[in-house]
Unconditional design. Structure first.
Lengths: 213, 566, 255
């Protein structure tokens, strides 16, 4: 049955293309848009910060050695007493945090994730021009549910992983990895097209940009 | 291997009477009622103007926006040209990565596949990410008839579902509702909602969050659509804002994705184009809050049972149309809806289809057919446009919607057989192909003025059907007593033109600085001597004009024309 | 330059003043204006309504009337008719014409202009010596704006008119709702669009709303007349054709 549908649909497509052949046999895609852009660190940082802030993410910048201090400050400020972390997050990042840290080994059921006050993860790539952070499920970022269900997401971004535009970011991705693009906290424009932050995903996104990493 | 057994057959449309690709009334009938809904007009006006401004701002800030559009259009053209190989590759890649691919010839078959897959999990509930494809096939109704409860999780889809309403917009299905109406829907339909809920959008969103939280945590099956499917890698993508997509794509054990066959893209790299085009055109954001990309099954992360249903449902019929197939390039951004003056007034329901607005007016008839001779409401859709062209300008993949509308109108008139309109058009063409007949009709029109049409204020306020819709709100000027050509051939016209030419000659002489220009004062002669070539006979008629009245000269002119033309 | 004037069926029959002004203006600028008398209609209404076989003779006639190599440019005081000649004639010729027609159509298309394009792009003038002491707002009709891409050429011409009080039209680029047979087939929606256009026109306090297309002006003007607004419509050519010595005179009913 399914095989028949497959053959039928593919046969129809071939018929359609025979009935209405393309005017030109091969289409070359013009890629005259901007790719391979670079900007100095300070400009990438300023652009990313501007875009993250524009979409209501909290932005903190720090050096590597102050990572733990800043993360602890963010968690304290948000009143987060219990946070989840992916299995291979740099454990020193939570050295200054005095709350409970739960390491996810992939077995915490979703409702239990919902009881966490927050989650701290690393990130794979970020795009400055759009204020987008890419998570790719690496061991320091964890499975997708971990950074989704808790209401606070503290995400560490190393400035060296920040690229200028979307093409530069896509070029750095590994297609087979489950990838999530995050641009600010969850939002909706479904009511009168007015943007409201905070629906199902984390209602607070705090980004810690490490300028020397 | 693709070898044809005989002639290629025209692929079928979506089966008549299935899914949500056909309204019950024609567009003008439905619009007539929708236009009376003042609330709807205000909601739509406000929403579309808001989104237009945002889109203009974020597309304007990219200096390479046009280059991105060119690339997007070319990638789509390339995709359609290579559709069989791309789909086969997508299938292979998804399968290699642990997914299962199903093919559905039409919406009915897609619904059956999804229902069977849900049943196999033993779940009686599914959570749904907003999906145009499953809206098109009427999946929810089908699931319900099979005893399975679908929960829409997109805020707008939830509003529509709770109110037993229909979506009216591709991106914002509840755009026709304002905050007060949404508050009331929530109060009426969400179990256990706070009775003190106010109309603040953030509070309404919070109410939806609280309601759906438990569904996300406990439902074991999700159904989604897909914005893109990458043939090269087998990667699928959903672009969203609220996080409901992430919830559905991540938390359940089983994920069933229904994707139209035209949504495939050749390369992973192509995402660099569409991830710029789509959010900026759609919500007017530089990037939407969340985009999920997954490739088959990832152990330990997300659903471990993944099914991809590839849907035809009339898409191959559209593909078989040399011109119309361009509509398949659509990435469902809804920019064309947001800029369309017709959509803005009539609203999405008037189109009667899952796909409203300009793109709906070209896509719906192609997916489901027009059946013009049977008064199919779909045959009214290509006419639901003033051809103003705003949609073409806004389209991120440069679909020439006005030209497609004109093409579908042509197909409709070709299908419709002999109609009163066609006879009138033939008659008009017969008059206009014949300059002599044409001037005679013009003269009759001018005479109507002489016999009193239009009255003293020269205004016609009432016209007979089918022009009564026009005259209900517009006056029409009675034809002037003299057409341009009869004026031109008259003594007055000739004198006026002669004077203008003389002024032109003086001007030219004044302008002349080194004699490099030719003697343009010859223009004055053109209007007086009548000795020019065949296409300048007006001057030659001047003497006739001088001895006759203006109306006579029109005839003289035409006759002269014919003599010279023999 | 030797310029072939296409009056358009609507202009010739119902709005001759706009065509007269076009002819006079071009002659006054020193150009050789010719009016091929066998001209009738470009067939736009047919094509836009879905009829492509019927207008073949009209397309052919247009190409024959204006194909003469002695005509350097073809002008018409209508953005939508120019759009039809430039974008639709080849569609009709391709589908229902012969090779000869396709060649003729391509030749004529290449030298066809709407009035503001001809003036600014071809003749290189923006200051045409006009004088028009009235408050005016400009509606950039859809086909001029989005099919022909005339851009701000009409506004540049208007800004150069002496004594004019040119006021910006809010939401100027929105369609007035005419759309040819659209206004008849979808009269309710068309009327809703017209109402918004009229509201914007009236908000400017202009005495006149101008545009480069008599068909849109017929629509807007018909609405303004019905509500007895006191504001009228006037073709761009009539403003550009007004001078101190030959000022604009009200010769048509106020619409």
């Amino acid at each position: 049955m399914t095989a028949t549908a497959r053959d039928t649909v593919l046969g129809r497509i071939r018929d359609a293309l025979a009935l209405a052949p393309a005017p030109a046999p091969a289409t070359t895609v013009p890629r005259a848009y901007r790719t391979g852009r670079t900007l100095p660190d300070a400009e990438r940082l300023a652009l990313l910060t501007d875009r993250l802030t524009d979409y209501k993410a909290q932005v903190h910048t720090c050096t590597r050695e102050r990572t733990a201090e800043v993360i602890a400050g963010v968690l304290r400020e948000r009143g987060a007493h219990r946070v989840g972390v992916p299995a291979q997050l740099d454990e020193r990042w939570l050295d200054a945090y005095d709350g409970e840290v739960l390491t996810d080994s992939g077995d915490i059921p979703a409702p239990a994730l919902g009881e966490l006050d927050g989650v701290v993860t690393a990130s794979a790539v970020s795009c400055a021009e759009t204020g987008t952070i890419f998570l790719d499920g690496s061991p320091d970022q964890g499975r997708r549910a971990l950074s989704l269900v808790p209401d606070l997401h503290v995400c560490v971004v190393d400035l060296s992983s920040v690229v200028v535009g979307v093409p530069e970011a896509v070029a750095r991705l590994v297609p087979e990895r489950p990838t999530t693009l995050i641009s600010g906290p969850s939002a909706t424009s479904d009511i009168e097209l007015e943007r409201v932050e905070g629906v199902h995903g984390p209602r607070t996104l705090a980004v810690v940009i490490r300028t020397d990493a | 291997m693709s070898t044809f057994l005989g002639m290629p057959a025209t692929p079928p449309r979506s089966p008549y009477g299935t899914g949500n690709l056909r309204g019950e009334r024609t567009f003008p009938q439905a619009a007539h009622d929708e236009l009376r809904n003042e609330q709807l007009r205000r909601n739509l006006g406000r929403a579309t103007h808001t989104i237009r401004a945002k889109r203009i701002a974020v597309t304007g800030e990219l200096p390479d926006w046009e280059e991105l559009r060119d690339a997007g259009a070319a990638i789509k053209t390339d995709t359609m040209n290579r559709l069989p190989e791309l789909l086969e590759r997508l299938e292979r890649k998804v399968t290699e990565r642990g997914g299962t691919v199903h093919w559905a010839r039409d919406g009915v078959e897609a619904n059956e596949i999804v229902t069977r897959l849900v049943r196999a999990t033993g779940s009686s509930d599914v959570i749904k990410v907003k999906s145009m494809a499953t809206q098109e096939t009427g999946l929810n109704e089908h699931l319900e008839s099979a005893g399975i409860t679908p929960y829409e999780t997109d805020l707008a889809e939830l509003i529509v579902q709770l109110a037993h309403d229909r979506p009216s917009h591709i991106l914002v299905p509840a755009i026709h509702r304002n905050r007060d109406e949404i508050r009331q829907i929530f109060l009426d339909h969400i179990p256990g909602v706070d009775p003190g809920l106010d109309n603040v959008p953030a509070h309404l969103a919070a109410a939806a969050r609280a309601y759906l939280r438990e569904k996300f945590m406990t439902t074991r099956v999700a159904v989604s659509g897909a914005n893109f499917g990458i043939a090269e890698t087998g990667t699928l993508s959903v672009v969203e804002s609220e996080g409901n997509g992430r919830m559905c794509l991540t938390l359940p054990d089983t994920l069933i994705t229904v994707m139209g066959i035209e949504k495939v893209l050749p390369r992973y790299q192509d995402l660099e184009v569409f991830l710029q085009l789509l959010p900026r055109s759609s919500t007017g954001e530089r990037m939407n809050p969340y985009t999920s990309m997954w490739t088959g099954v990832t152990p330990g992360d997300g659903p471990q049972d993944f099914h991809l249903v590839l849907l035809d449902n009339g898409r191959t019929a559209a593909l078989a149309d040399r011109i119309g197939r361009e509509a398949l390039d659509c990435i469902r951004c809804s920019a064309c809806l947001n800029v369309c003056p017709v959509y803005e007034r009539a609203g999405g329901h008037a189109y009667g289809s899952t796909y409203p607005g300009p793109i709906g007016a070209v896509l719906t008839p192609q997916l489901a057919g027009m059946h013009a001779a049977k008064d199919d409401p779909n045959s009214s859709l290509p006419y639901a446009s003033s051809l103003c062209g705003a949609c073409f300008d806004a389209c991120p993949v440069k679909i020439d919607i006005p030209s497609l509308l004109v093409e579908l109108r042509h197909q409709n008139t070709e299908q419709a057989g002999t109609t009163a309109e066609k006879l009138a058009m033939k008659a008009a063409a017969t008059v206009m192909r014949n300059p002599k007949l044409y001037t005679a009709v013009q003269k009759a029109a001018s005479l109507s003025r002489a016999v009193g049409v239009g009255g003293r204020d020269r205004t016609i306020s009432r016209l007979p059907a089918p022009l009564d819709g026009w005259s209900d709100s517009r006056d029409t000027a009675a034809p002037p007593t003299r057409s341009f050509r009869s004026w031109l051939a008259s003594a007055e016209g000739a004198a006026t033109m002669r004077a203008a030419a003389e002024e032109g000659a003086r001007r030219t002489a004044d302008d002349r600085t080194g004699g490099e220009r030719t003697a343009d004062n010859r223009t004055a002669d053109d209007w007086t001597s009548g000795d020019r070539t065949a296409d300048n006979r007006t001057g030659g008629e001047r003497t006739d004009a001088e001895r006759t009245d203006g109306d006579r000269t029109a005839d003289d002119l035409t006759e002269g024309d014919h003599q010279e033309g023999q | 330059m030797r310029i072939g004037l296409f009056a358009t069926c609507l202009g010739d029959t119902l709005f001759p003043e706009a065509v007269k002004s076009t002819a006079v203006l071009l002659a006054r600028l020193g150009h050789d204006v010719v009016f091929p008398p066998g001209q009738t209609c470009c067939g736009q209404m047919h094509v836009n309504t879905g009829y492509q076989r019927e207008p073949v003779p009209l397309v052919r006639n247009f190409a024959e009337q204006f194909g003469d190599a002695s005509i350097d440019a073809v002008v018409m005081p209508s953005g939508s008719c120019a759009g039809s000649v430039r974008h639709q004639h080849e569609i009709v010729a391709e589908r229902y014409g012969d090779a000869a027609l396709r060649a003729q159509v391509a030749t004529v298309k290449a030298k066809t202009y709407e009035l503001s394009e001809l003036l600014v792009d071809v003749l290189g003038v923006t200051e045409v010596g006009a004088h028009f002491p009235h408050r005016v707002t400009y509606h950039p009709t859809c086909h001029s704006l989005r099919m022909l891409r005339v851009g701000d050429k009409p506004l540049r011409l208007l800004r150069a008119v002496e004594a004019i009080d040119l006021v910006e039209l809010p939401e100027a680029d929105a369609c007035c709702g005419f759309g040819g047979t659209f206004a008849v087939k979808n009269a309710d929606t068309s009327t809703a669009m017209l109402q918004d256009k009229m509201r914007n026109v009236l908000s400017t306090g202009a005495e006149m709303c101008t545009a480069g297309d008599s068909s849109c002006l017929m629509h807007i003007g018909g609405g303004l007349s019905r509500i007895r607004s006191g504001t009228r419509t006037l073709h761009l050519a009539q403003i550009l054709g007004s001078t101190r010595t030959a000022p604009f005179a009200l010769t048509e009913a106020a619409r």
